[in-house]
Design a protein around this ligand. Structure first.
Ligand code: GLU
Length: 439
């Protein structure tokens, strides 16, 4: 049986690193099992969902290298949901309730005052047809609750292991509001069944929903998928991510110049038993991917770790992978500078150092030394061995060695006391510019 997974964001905002992690885990699962990845927009909340956000999510996923095999919109499936809801009503699984939010609130407070769990008491199930008509005559519209079986629901979660939830401890969930709009729960189950979803991989904030959704799936006669609930990300401070969503959005990370595969590697390996290391493509991540490696403990996302990972990734990235984003640059340039950058855009700073103009930094006591070095400069063509040959000659001519030999040359040639290997930079700077900077 081939696997089908889905990533189901609500297009009411852009995705952040936490949502992206869910998408990436689903994508890795699909890749590893040769299955299908569905992108499903959970846009039943038509007031808050926008096509702009949906487009933004698609852009973010594409940037992360995720290519859904199929895209679905819940807002286009209301006729299907209506038909299923009618069927559930006819079979007594959905029942109408007329309580107002205030009434429910008062009832909950009374229960709590008596030390009882705030579970819906199913008063509406006892309403007679006359009582219902009386409510309707007052202009009240019903919301619809799903009648739970009040039983032990069990599943073996692919991350959490065996889970048991007694639905007798839960309120019958409202699936349809007074105005006829759907809450997330029912459409999600209908879609999972209709699209043949085999594995639901999502955040642990949905664990309790799962018990309800398993019961609904059974009521629909659908096949219950396997579930995997991963822990949620926290910030470096251990608190939930929601506070700083802006800076943690995938769009912002892209704008900030992070490499997609650094974000992917970080999100995929965070909270697993593997070390977080940079992977240049999904194939490498797929090799080691296993949902069992995910810890149940919350995983901490720390932007400084992402920065370090980004740098590490660039240090091992081949020219082919970045050439299109470095127009006019050569492989020699890339190999010279990649070890000295944190973001790809930093490469431009080194291009500026190579091409100049630079302001050579020259100490008075080094003037004669630099003049001697200038005189010893070999003729072109230059290659990676030129630096060594030149500095050997300068050493012989001046008697200097070590730092007093190399640092004045670096300061004069680049204007900086740090940077890429001069052996690699020298041929890129070229003889004319070197002559200028030493003069
Ligand atoms: N739209 C839901 C959410 O973002 C989807 C949850 C699910 O995967 O079922 O929380």
């Amino acid at each position: 049986m081939s696997t089908i997974v889905r990533f189901a964001p609500s297009p009411t905002g852009r995705i952040h690193i936490g949502n992206a992690r869910t998408a990436i885990l689903n994508w890795l699962f699909a890749l590893k099992s040769g299955g299908q990845f569905i992108l499903r927009y959970d846009d039943t909340d038509t007031a808050r969902s926008t096509e702009d956000y949906a487009r933004g999510i698609a852009t973010d996923l594409a940037w992360l290298g995720i290519n859904p095999a199929r895209v679905e919109w819940q807002s286009r499936r209301f006729a299907r949901y209506d038909a299923v809801a009618d069927d559930l009503r006819a079979r007594g699984f959905l029942y109408p309730c007329y309580e107002t939010a205030d009434e429910l609130d008062r009832r909950r407070k009374r229960q709590q005052a008596r030390g009882l769990p705030p579970v819906y008491d199913r008063a509406a199930l006892k309403l007679t047809d006359d009582e219902k008509r009386a409510f309707e005559a007052q202009g009240r519209k019903p919301h619809w609750r799903f009648r739970l079986a009040q039983k032990q629901v069990e599943w073996t979660d692919l991350i959490r292991g065996p889970v048991h939830i007694d639905t007798a401890n839960l309120s019958d969930p409202v699936l349809i509001r007074e105005d006829g709009t759907y809450l997330y729960t029912l459409p999600s189950v209908i879609d999972d069944v209709d699209f043949g979803v085999t594995h639901v991989i999502r955040g642990e904030d949905h664990v309790v929903n799962t018990a309800v959704q398993i019961e609904i799936t059974q009521a629909l006669g659908g096949k219950v998928p396997s579930y995997a609930h991963h822990s949620l990300l926290t910030g470096a401070d251990g608190k939930g991510l929601s506070k700083r969503l802006g800076s943690l959005s995938i769009g912002q990370m892209r704008e900030d110049g992070f490499e997609a595969m650094a974000v992917v590697s970080h999100a995929a390996l965070l909270g697993t038993s593997d070390n977080i290391h940079p992977c240049t493509d999904y194939a490498e991540l797929v090799d080691g991917f296993d949902l069992h490696k995910l810890s149940r403990a919350p995983a901490r996302f720390d932007e400084t770790e992402l920065k370090a990972l980004n740098a590490k990734l660039l240090h091992m990235t081949g020219f082919d992978a970045v050439a299109a984003r470095l127009p006019g640059k050569t492989e020699a340039f890339w190999l010279a500078v990649r070890g000295n950058i944190e973001k790809l855009a930093d490469a431009e700073q080194w291009a500026a150092v190579i091409e100049g103009p630079v302001t050579p930094v020259v100490a008075d006591e080094d003037r004669d030394f630099l003049a001697a070095a200038r005189a010893a400069l070999p003729a072109e063509p230059w290659d990676a061995s030129t630096w060594k040959a030149w500095t050997e000659a300068v050493k012989t001519a001046t008697g200097r060695k070590g730092k007093p030999l190399f640092m004045p040359l670096r300061l004069a040639l680049t204007g900086l006391d740090h940077g890429p290997e001069l052996a690699a930079l020298l041929p890129l700077i070229g003889r004319n510019r070197v002559l200028d900077r030493l003069a």
